[in-house]
Write a protein of this length. Structure first.
Length: 128
């Protein structure tokens, strides 16, 4: 006999970011290379693009915001045309309160391949 016990069903996490926020993220991501430097490459623009949304996610958690900001100021160099997709993915993990190691690991694992794919599409396909 099948049980319809509601207590066993995992509840979906409460969404903090709206569709409007995601659209703003896309516009802010255009400034990815605004503070480019040779030590951290695009990290300043990366954090700038995400900061309003991280503040919204970590509204009552200053320590969590601080850790996220510190992680997002680490070296990153990826393809500007695809960066908003990577930012959206990582913000969804932040919103779901995933472990810092998971978020950092995914960022490190994806920014290189996305740079290669994005550059190939942009420079060798669209501009040729």
């Amino acid at each position: 006999m099948e049980s319809n016990n509601v207590d066993n069903v995992e509840q979906e996490p409460k969404r903090v970011l709206s569709k409007k926020d995601i659209t703003k993220l896309g516009f802010r991501s255009v400034l990815l290379q605004a503070s480019f430097n040779y030590q951290r490459m695009q990290a300043g623009g990366w954090l700038y693009s995400q900061l309003p949304f991280l503040k919204k996610i970590y509204k009552d958690d200053k320590k969590g915001l601080s850790e996220s900001m510190k992680d997002n100021m680490e070296f990153i160099n990826t393809s500007p045309p695809l960066v908003s997709m990577l930012m959206g993915l990582l913000l969804s993990l932040e919103e779901n309160k995933e472990k810092r190691s998971t978020i950092k690991g995914l960022k490190l694992a994806l920014f290189g391949p996305m740079a290669g794919i994005g550059d190939a599409i942009f420079w060798f396909t669209l501009l040729q």
